[in-house]
Every structure is written in C-alpha cells, then in structure tokens.
Design a protein around this ligand. Sequence first.
Ligand SMILES: *Cc1c(COP(=O)(O)O)cnc(C)c1O
Length: 268
Amino acid sequence: MLRTDLLHPVISGNKWYKLRYYLEAAVRDRVSLIGTRGGAWSNHIVATAAACKLQGIPCAGIIRGEEPASWSATLLEARNYGMELYFQSRTDFSNGLIPEGLQQRDHYLIPEGGYGEPGVHGAATMLDPVQLKDYTHIMCAAGTGTMMAGLIRRALPLQQVIGVPVLKITAGMEAQIQPYINASASFRMAYGFHFGGYAKRTDELIRFMNQFHAQTGIPTDFVYTGKLCYAFHSMLTRGEFQPGSNVLLIHSGGLQGNASLPAGTLNY
Ligand SMILES: *Cc1c(COP(=O)(O)O)cnc(C)c1O
C-alpha cells in the first residue's frame, strides 16, 4: 500500500498531488484569490484551504447546500485556514453558478475535486516514489477519476489500473477518465462497492474497516479507502487476481472525513 495518508496531517493523500499544478499556475500568474467548490465534508475543500494558507494565497470555498445550523468539522477547519465560505443551493451549485460575492472579484477557479489536466498531471506524480516494476496491478478509489487518470498515465505498459467508484453508479465512469489517457492504456472499473452511494456506509463496511485496522494497523476512511480495501479483499477472495500478482493499493488519505461518524463507530 502506498500510504499517501501519511504525507501531511491535513493536505494528506491525493488532494495535495491533484492541487500542486493548479497552485503552481496560480502563483506564477500572481492570482489574488483562489476559488473552488465542494461539499460540507469535502477533503478537497479542506486541502485547498490548507494549501492556500501555506502558499499565502487568499481562497474561497463554494459549498454545496444551504448553510447548516452547525458547521461540519471540515468547514470549521477550512475557515480556520482562512478560507471564505459561500453556501449555495444544490441547484445553483450543480449549475456551477458563481456566488455574488465572488463575481466582482478576480479569481482563479479550481474545478471541484481538482478534475482537469493539472489535476491529472499532479496525480501522476503520486507514483514517483514507487518501484513500479514490482507490481502487476495498481488499485485506487475513484470519485471524479482524476487520480486514477494520473495513475494510468504513469503506469507501465503491462500493468492494469483498477478503480473502485465510490459514487452510486454501475457504468460510465470510464468516459471521465478517457479524455486524459492514452487509448491503449489498460484499466478497468470495479463497480459494485459503493455501499449505497457517495459517503454512504453499511455496518458491514464499518466492521470491515475496524477489522482491517486491527489486522494491519492501517486506518481507512469510510468514503474512499475503506471501500477500496473492501473491494480489494472481495476480489482477492473471489480469485480475481492470478497467482503471482502484486497489487499496489493507493491509500489516498481522506481520514478527516471520519470525523463525521458518530463517536465509537470506528475503534481508531
Ligand atoms: C478525493 C479523494 C479520492 C477521489 O479522487 P478522484 O481524483 O476525485 O477520483 C479518493 N480518495 C480520497 C481519500 C479522496 O479524498
């Protein structure tokens, strides 16, 4: 397992990699404000807030849904890093509207989840420290597919990249990835492990995560990496990997999202 969760206490995992070239462009162009979009528990929002603080660039977050009576730990943390927050109705959010307070101000908008060429380019560098030839497969969780596209780009010709979609979909995710990769690249999606949809969970998933942690000492999050490890474990049990396979699992971080779970859900 590639433990990118250990990179930094907040900008952990794939978010830092996906942001790096957006931030580089923002610094180069001396932008005065960075904006981005996400939900109330978004790892991308808090990572952008922390990264902008480190770079000394003011930032604004456009948040899906009306302002909640009590803010999530993610939003409080983002505000602590100095991010201005704008709440939007779900309709305005999905239409990509820019809130009034931002319209007048010059800003550089990073797409939700860092989806786009700079995000893919940055995600590919997650594999820089890895001896790639040791592995037959690389497996990761997929939300927007940005990270997966980057991994596919960097993978060696005979390696297969397997993505585990965490959204409630049973097909079609490939189309989000294809624009960013070579047509000959080997990859596939392992559908069927979303546990009810994005940020949904079942007791079975939580039990698995607790057991996985007890056995390996590795904490996973219930939105992404818990589903990834569950998928890997089931595929392994079903004999979907040839003997002699070496699978590299990508721990893409996201542990801050576990703060949304009721106390005592996880034993770590
Ligand atoms: C955002 C995130 C993902 C999904 O990355 P995409 O590039 O959007 O597919 C996976 N794992 C974790 C922990 C994340 O925070």
